[in-house]
Design a protein around this ligand. Structure first.
Ligand SMILES: C[S@@+](CC[C@H](N)C(=O)[O-])C[C@H]1O[C@@H](n2cnc3c(N)ncnc32)[C@H](O)[C@@H]1O
Length: 313
């Protein structure tokens, strides 16, 4: 790669995904406040249990676009994947390296396999559960990934993809992100508070290549989804039955404001109390959101969960 990073901008879309996520791998968890404690274990378990019953057991599990392992490791720690062989795949080897290290640190054995979710490196009918979290919106062709998930699942196998942004929910969230960012920038113009700002790439020792890679952030989020389109896409891929659930309204507005501040603030400033406080607020608002489901149109909620089965026949 060139020193000034000029070649980064010439990569195709998948090259950009790989380069950006390789570069981001070591700081990704700090940016999104990902952990492997009660906070994230509860979050992962609650997403999974919205669509998968307690009694269901799986023996061969694959996560697509697994990143640093947030979903699989936290579900394993929650006891949702007991006894299963866990395979993780991602287009970014850098992410998978961190994922395997995280697994080791938390006593979860993972089989890593770099690969493109649109052309999976696994034989047909290899898994009985395929998982994904916040990856589908990065793919140029999400329908191809659903077709691949269908291919690698055994008949009767289950697909669960969570954490995908809805089109309307994302637009509304944008208002809260911009407000939080503007508020944080305004408050930290006060000289006494300036040190709270996260240092820029160059300020924190990065070079032009790092700056070019960081600039890809705005090119790697490719989609937001209409829930009905995701349902139709899964049916076309061959899944039946298919169910799409949306969640997080008020919780998401506050959640994005919190995440925007977390991504803007100098690492280490906020600490665990902030993380748990923010999570508890998010939980309280989620309860209100649950009560609003069925009253407020599903498309206004931010987070989409897809649950589908490969038919037996
Ligand atoms: C926002 S991160 C989510 C990571 C993880 N699932 C999580 O929830 O923390 C998106 C992930 O999708 C991966 N990705 C992007 N394009 C991909 C593709 N075509 N095939 C597989 N993974 C891909 C990225 O490398 C990155 O790890």
């Amino acid at each position: 790669m060139s020193e000034d990073g000029s070649d980064v901008t010439r990569l195709d879309v998948k090259g950009k995904q790989e380069a950006y996520h390789d570069w981001e791998a070591r700081t990704y968890e700090d940016k999104f406040n990902i952990s492997y404690d009660d906070r994230c274990i509860d979050y992962a378990r609650d997403r999974f249990r919205r669509v998968v019953d307690e009694g269901e057991r799986f023996s061969r599990v694959l996560e697509l676009g697994a990143g640093t392992g947030f979903l699989t490791i936290n579900l394993a720690l929650a006891g949702c994947l007991d006894g299963a062989e866990l395979t993780v795949t991602d287009i970014s080897s850098g992410m998978l390296d961190v994922c395997v290290e995280n697994g080791r640190r938390h006593g979860v054995t993972l089989q890593p396999q770099p690969g493109d979710a649109e052309a999976l490196p696994f034989p047909d009918a290899s898994f009985d559960l395929v998982l994904g979290h916040a990856f589908l919106h990065h793919l140029p062709d999400p329908a191809a990934a659903l077709a691949e998930a269908h291919r690698v699942l055994v008949p009767g196998g289950t697909l669960v993809i969570a954490g995908e942004p809805t089109r309307l929910g994302d637009r509304i969230a944008g208002v809260f992100k911009r407000a939080a960012w503007g508020g944080f920038r305004a408050v930290t113009t006060v000289p006494r508070l300036r040190h709270l700002r996260r240092p820029g790439i160059v300020e924190s020792g990065g070079d032009a290549r790092d700056a070019a890679l960081a600039g890809l952030e705005h090119e790697v989020d490719l989609h937001t989804f209409d829930p009905a389109d995701v349902e139709a896409m899964a049916r076309v891929a061959g899944f039946a039955p298919v169910r799409v659930v949306t969640e997080e309204l008020l919780a998401n507005w506050v959640g994005w404001a919190v995440r925007t501040i977390e991504a803007s603030v100098r690492p280490g400033v906020l600490g665990e109390r902030w993380a748990f406080g923010a999570f508890n607020t998010w939980r309280r608002l989620s309860r209100i959101d649950r009560a609003l489901e069925g009253v407020v149109p599903a498309a206004l909620f931010y987070n989409l969960i897809l649950h589908a089965r490969r038919p037996v026949g």
